[in-house]
Design a binder for this molecule. Structure first.
Ligand code: FRU
Length: 481
């Protein structure tokens, strides 16, 4: 890749408030943690090409989850046991103050007919900048799998420490009988591990293999979150973990993303008690099929604050983003007339944070009219646009990037049902140079999309069938170099 191409990309196309790799390929967030007073985020990184290759751990730090500083890579695949990649994992702070990483080492297995790598769990220690792999790696190998557990689908440890100082880890695994399963391991010192049990398995949920489990407390519940392979999803099970009995009782589960591009989420507790989620803003099935020549492939989602409301998980962009807002433009009681596509002065751009509140037109209270469909197009010019629609009668929302231009994949349209709010719809729309994220009704649902539309396509338009009223507050997000 030519340096000139990279500097042009940096100037004009690189996302402004989403973490991207300096060059090449990025996938899952790893080791999302607080250490030394900062947020640390590692990530699956292959700098030599814009497709997946044996991954290392890229590393970035942040004070506020929006502005990131890239540090030297924390680990590269350079040992027999991880030469095929330092796969995903997590981090914690040891009692002696070291930053501890637990990850999956992948190495070739000449015996495997499908040419899959052998996966084992490994440890590294560091000081927030430099990391060294533990000399007796790997620490969990195939002999510690339960019967039937596949050693080629055994990855992505999530490590935590219990109150008594002992360690636990949950690890994703495939078992021919149970499909996907999440295995629980126990250790006194974080180095010598024993298998405890399968904490959860596929049951009625999607996916033949689950990846990247995260397991964390939220308010009075515990959440087990996984990426599912097959039909790609991120799902979370909401329930209660009994730390004595080491059992997880699930109350309900939900899908965490209704758009195209969100996977392999990880959370971190902030110092003020918030639980923050970040994900790879990409769909693993389409990530390598975009057919355009860009110096990078991959970016992180906006970090999301998680809360529970009546047993349902809500997600909102981290509040830190609000201090990057500038050039505010607001409108109240805008009347959208039947069949008229409108633009509003000042409502445009490609680095945008916009709140939009939609309700029935004025006569609606008397029941004289209603609207059948609301449509917003953004990243639009004469030719290209990405579209969000809402049909109040059925409560269906749709995101469509069929006309978004270059780099389009076959996955161009997603649909989901929202809660019926009698024609009311509140959305928060974040646009960065290569993406759109739409938070619906205070974060009950989220739709994320990577788009590669030309950066000059800055229009935003609104249209209804019927009549509706709308309030809007729109800000530009400042560049934070
Ligand atoms: C998920 C994943 C993980 C694995 C990593 C390898 O996207 O497949 O399960 O650790 O990517 O890069």
């Amino acid at each position: 890749m030519k340096n000139q191409q990279l500097s042009e990309f940096n100037r004009n196309e690189r996302p402004v408030f989403h973490l991207t790799p300096e060059r090449g390929w990025m996938n899952d967030p790893n080791g999302f943690s607080r250490y030394g007073g900062q947020y640390h985020l590692f990530y699956q990184y292959y700098p030599d090409a814009t497709c997946w290759g044996p991954t290392r751990w890229g590393h970035a730090v942040s004070e506020d989850l929006i502005k990131w500083e890239r540090l030297p890579d924390a680990m590269i695949p350079d040992r027999d046991y991880d030469i095929g990649g330092c796969f995903s994992g997590t981090a914690l702070t040891c009692e002696d103050g070291r930053h501890m990483l637990m990850y999956t080492g992948c190495c070739p297995d000449p015996e495997d007919r499908q040419d899959r790598g052998l996966q084992t769990q490994c440890i590294a220690f560091g000081d927030g900048t430099k990391y060294e792999k533990y000399r007796s790696n790997p620490v969990i190998t195939a002999d510690k799998l339960p019967q039937g557990g596949d050693s080629h689908e055994f990855r992505d440890p999530k490590i935590w420490q219990e109150q008594d100082g002992t360690y636990r880890a949950v690890i994703a695994n495939h078992n021919a009988d149970h499909g996907a399963q999440i295995l629980l391991y126990r250790s006194a010192d974080g180095l010598d591990w024993e298998f405890v049990k399968a904490l959860a398995d596929t049951g009625d949920k999607p996916g033949w293999m689950w990846e990247c489990p995260d397991f964390f407390p939220l308010e009075d519940r515990d959440i087990l979150m996984t990426g599912t392979m097959g039909e790609v999803h991120t799902i979370c099970r909401i329930g209660k973990y009994d730390h004595e009995a080491e059992t997880f009782r699930e109350d309900c589960w939900q899908s965490m993303e209704q758009g195209f591009d969100f996977y392999a989420g990880q959370t971190v507790p902030a110092d003020d008690g918030r639980r923050i989620l970040i994900g790879w803003m990409q769909n693993p099935q389409t990530a390598q099929k975009r057919g355009i020549d860009f110096p990078i492939n991959g970016q992180m989602s906006i970090p999301r604050e998680l809360t529970l409301d009546g047993g349902r998980l809500l997600q909102k962009p981290v509040r830190e983003l609000e201090s990057y807002r500038t050039d505010g433009v607001t409108y109240r009681d805008v009347i959208l007339e039947d069949g008229e596509e409108i633009r509003l002065d000042g409502i445009r751009g490609r680095t945008v944070d916009m709140e939009l509140s939609l309700r029935l037109g004025e006569q609606e209270a008397e029941g004289t009219s209603s609207y059948e469909m609301f449509r917003m197009r953004f990243a639009a010019d004469g030719e290209h646009y990405t579209e969000f629609t809402y049909e109040p009668q059925t409560s269906v929302v749709t995101m469509d990037r069929n006309c978004s231009g270059p780099g389009k994949t076959e996955l161009t349209r997603v649909q989901t049902k929202t809660r019926d709010r009698k024609g009311r719809m509140d959305i928060r729309v974040l646009l960065d140079r290569l993406s759109a994220e739409i938070f619906i009704n205070d974060g009950e649902q989220v739709m994320s999309a990577v788009i590669y539309t030309d950066r000059h396509a800055e229009d935003i338009t609104f249209y209804v069938k019927g009549t509706a009223m709308m309030d809007i507050a729109k800000y530009r997000i400042k560049e934070n170099k």
